[in-house]
Design a protein around this ligand. Sequence first.
Ligand code: FE
Length: 134
Amino acid sequence: MTDKVTLSKEEWKKKLSLEQFRILREKGTERAFTGEYWNHFETGKYKCSGCGEVLFTSKDKFTSDCGWPSFSAPADDIIEEKQDLSYGMIRTEVLCKKCGGHLGHVFNDGPRDKGGLRYCINSLSLKFEKKSDL
Ligand code: FE
């Protein structure tokens, strides 16, 4: 990872769409089954829509019935985890290490043969880049 990206709230507002800002910078969640990538299985890389760092690849994406793009592992050491006690639940929030953008949460109900984790990510936090091979 190269240097961290730190922008002011106003700078992020200019850079992101309103919906991206609500999710990445204000920890919002897109409605299930509405995002661009929950049912998207092309070969390629998923970059952070805030800073462009590669976060996940299609190799670790799996079909999940939750309505959000789901991955069994990040592409690299690029994900920060934080305990999230909001809404009366105990969850683990995942953020982009480079820009601090909120991505989603990680759960323990992922595919057993791939390590058992499910990174449940908002499509709006991601930008897909098609690659013929990874
Ligand atoms: Fe980022």
